[in-house]
Design a binder for this molecule. Structure first.
Ligand SMILES: CCC(=O)OC[C@H](C)CC[C@H]1O[C@H]2C[C@H]3[C@@H]4CC=C5C[C@@H](O)CC[C@]5(C)[C@H]4CC[C@]3(C)[C@H]2[C@@H]1C
Length: 380
């Protein structure tokens, strides 16, 4: 049944027509009120570490193969958060606010894993690119990444290619893991209840000589269940002799098997796995560039469903951004990113990408961004 409120039927169908002819930049589409979210895309970096104990677990594992398996388990545990949180909390996927250049999202998780910090910054507006760094100093685990999206539309589905990578570093073993990002498509547009389904394959490859491959499938594929995947972990170059396999649903449960002994080593149930909520500063104590402070009036208008106030308040932000860009242009300057620097070459990224045989051209076009501690004042 259609989830589109009767009042919005007209605007939803005209919106679907607009998607059919859009230019690939999702943020350029004006979506009807009921599909708008008051959360900015810059907050999505949070989804990488809402289970801090799972995020730091690899640092305590001495065996390199088992450590790589714990990194695979952590990655798989983030998928439900990344791609299904809006459905659970809001009833369907929504259109996030399009971050302005320099927009920040700062927070920390404080739980049994100690303190895990998050810094997320919109380092580019055209095209939209978010850079993030998540680190737990006590356990010596740090994730750095950046991503943008390229979207296209075909047969009532929005196809989204993710551009960018994530790199996990484990201090104890001076080890790096390159993580490729899954292509996704948005189903359910026709019914007005859009949701994300993942497709294709992604990889996690490590300097320790192990690689994981994850193959995503949705409804109507082998398993017939939505959000399904099969993963295998193997020595580089020995994909046919996996040491471990993982199968299940990234929104449900999955089990980890030892290929040699056939034993089930572990099962993970996403529904039972408690997340830790992120601690962020009260809005009135935030930096003016912090997302929830900057979008406060727009968010309130969206939550009220007041489209006039929404567009009025959005225009205020867009206007001030235009003036900033014009001023920079006149002075021949560029916006100074607060926490990240753009690099032309990134040794670890290039080495691991080469080993995996994936291109980093897309990254270089959008910019390879790394967290620079000397620039960063410790996140609040
Ligand atoms: C603009 C068109 C529109 O409003 O269509 C209606 C629907 C809401 C579908 C489009 C939006 O769907 C959202 C889903 C978003 C992705 C969800 C998760 C992630 C993972 C994260 O690590 C990086 C960002 C990414 C890829 C989000 C990117 C933006 C997406 C595709 C939103 C679409 C505008």
């Amino acid at each position: 049944g259609s989830a589109v409120p009767a009042s919005a039927k007209g605007s939803w169908s005209s919106f679907l027509k607009s998607i059919a002819s859009f230019n690939g930049d999702l943020s350029s589409l004006t979506a009807p009120a009921f599909i708008l979210s008051s959360t900015s895309l810059v907050e999505f970096s949070t989804y990488w570490a809402e289970h801090p104990s799972i995020f730091i677990a690899p640092a305590a594992e001495k065996d390199p193969a088992k450590r790589a398996l714990l990194v695979l388990k952590w990655f798989l545990s983030t998928l439900k958060q990344q791609y299904s949180t809006r459905n659970e909390k809001l009833g369907s996927e929504k259109k996030p606010l399009n971050p302005f250049l320099g927009e920040l999202f700062l927070g920390r998780w404080v739980d049994g894993a100690g303190e895990t910090q998050l810094v997320s910054e919109q380092v580019s507006h055209h095209p939209p690119v978010t850079a993030y760094c998540i680190w737990n100093s006590e356990h010596g685990v740090r994730l750095q990444g950046y991503n943008g999206q390229k979207a296209s539309f075909s047969s009532m589905t929005i196809n989204v290619k993710q551009i960018g990578h994530a790199i996990l570093h484990i201090d104890e073993f001076d080890e790096d893991y390159l993580i490729t990002l899954p292509p996704l498509h948005i189903e359910g547009l026709y019914s007005g209840a859009p949701f994300v389904e993942l497709n294709g394959d992604t990889y996690i490859t490590s300097t320790s000589g192990y690689t994981s491959r994850i193959k995503y499938s949705g409804r109507g594929w082998v398993s017939g269940k939505k959000n399904s995947f099969n993963a295998s972990l193997y020595h580089d170059g020995k994909e046919k002799e996996p040491l471990y396999t993982v199968d299940g649903q990234w929104t449900g449960s999955f089990s980890i098997k030892d290929t040699k002994t056939k034993a089930t080593l572990d099962t993970y149930d996403a529904a039972k796995s408690k997340t830790t909520s992120l601690t962020i500063a009260p809005v009135d104590e935030q930096d003016p560039l912090e997302s929830r402070r900057a979008w406060q009036k727009v968010a309130a208008a969206i939550q009220k469903g007041d489209m006039d106030a929404t567009s009025r308040e959005k225009t205020v932000i867009e206007q001030s951004q235009r003036e900033l860009r014009n001023k920079e242009k006149a002075e021949g300057k560029e916006w100074n990113r607060r926490f990240f620097v753009k690099t032309d070459s990134h040794a670890t990224l290039e080495k691991l990408a080469k080993k995996l045989g994936v291109s980093v051209d897309g990254d270089k076009t959008n910019g390879v961004w790394t967290f620079s501690s000397e620039k960063a004042s410790v996140a609040k």
